[in-house]
Design a protein around this ligand. Structure first.
Ligand code: ATP
Ligand code: MG
Length: 308
């Protein structure tokens, strides 16, 4: 089978980390993530301006907030793929902000990440994308890997799609392949950036059920960024809402539902009018050095008219 042979081929080239010993923690309620005074500036603008919160084992923390408020940026700092301007992020008790890439790789064995874009490798098939973490981090045989890939794809409702390439599947399917890949190593911690965006309501429910099942009995801890309020309230044990670089509100789903904060009410009920601005103000754009308006094409290119 094509999938089989390409697994074997790649197997010999990939860096393996099977020698690392992963301690098994048994205490429930232990702190898995500690974020302290996290600041990240882009130019003069502090997208994250002193964020602090903890996540405990078995929780599903939903991070919500308006588009562009810094949710994905926060996740990138939590997984060590971006360095903060200042502040601290501890994963499993270890400071990740000060780690070199190889050390971060060791911690990455313990968590999975579903990126907002799906981040699938276009040149690999669906099956190979899901197999990638297993090839990189385990010494499992191609047969074992093929079985795990099948099982993970079944979990996200994609049985039989192994041999298609990312450009041959829909946006929602890409998301689910990304989720299957994030779960490939049976992580104890899962970060998901908008796992249900682009999914129909039934598939959203399937993905939510999966999160609930995996976190049941504190087996897995989840940090989920979501705009989808139905899904967020279905899966969250705790929620935080970001805005203006800070945590605007934090609480259980019940507390958020009953929050007197008008920003929370506007957001969870999807009201167009309220304290949350529709756009960055002109001043914020001016302060945001990285986002410069691009020159209007018409100003640089000229239409050539034939002269008669
Ligand atoms: N590497 C970067 N350089 C400059 N600005 C950045 C960078 N990364 C993020 N930003 C800015 O930080 C802000 C927050 O972006 P982020 O992607 O975290 O938003 P978000 O809350 O995930 O939005 P969405 O809900 O639309 O996904 C944006 O204004 C973005 O332009
Ligand atoms: Mg985002």
């Amino acid at each position: 089978m094509a999938l089989h042979s390409s697994f074997e081929l790649r197997h010999s080239f990939e860096l393996r980390h099977s020698d690392f010993v992963i301690p098994i923690m048994s205490t429930n309620g232990e702190t898995i993530i500690e974020v302290n005074h996290l600041v990240r500036r882009f130019g003069d603008r502090a997208v994250l301006d002193g964020i602090s919160f903890n996540v405990h084992r078995g929780e599903t923390l939903v991070i919500m907030g308006g588009s562009g408020c810094g949710k994905s940026t926060l996740l990138r700092h939590m997984i060590g793929s971006a360095k903060p301007t200042s502040g601290s992020v501890k994963l499993f008790g270890e400071e990740i902000t000060a780690m070199k890439e190889l050390e971060i790789e060791r911690v990455r064995l313990r968590f999975g990440m579903l990126f907002q874009s799906g981040a699938l490798l276009a040149s690999l098939t669906v099956g190979e994308n899901v197999a990638l973490p297993l090839l990189q981090h385990t010494a499992k045989s191609p047969d074992e890997i093929e079985q795990i890939v099948k099982q993970k794809l079944e979990m996200v409702g994609l049985t039989g799609f192994e041999n298609l390439r990312p450009d041959e599947i829909s946006g929602g399917m890409k998301k689910r392949v990304g989720l299957a890949r994030a779960l490939a190593l049976d992580p104890e911690l899962l970060f998901s950036d908008e796992p249900t965006s682009g999914l129909d309501p039934i598939m959203t429910a399937v993905v939510d059920e999966l999160t609930l099942k995996l976190t049941h009995g504190s087996h897995m801890t989840a940090v989920v960024v979501s705009h989808d309020m139905t899904s967020a309230f279905r899966i969250a044990t705790r929620m935080i809402m970001l805005g203006h670089g800070s945590i605007v509100a934090e609480g259980t789903p019940d507390e958020m539902q009953n929050s007197p904060n008008p920003e929370v009410q506007q957001f969870i009920h999807g009201r167009p009018d309220g304290p949350i601005p529709l756009n960055l103000s002109q001043d914020e754009h001016k302060d945001h050095q990285q986002v410069r308006p691009r020159p209007f094409l018409g100003g640089r290119f000229h239409f050539h008219h034939k002269h008669s």
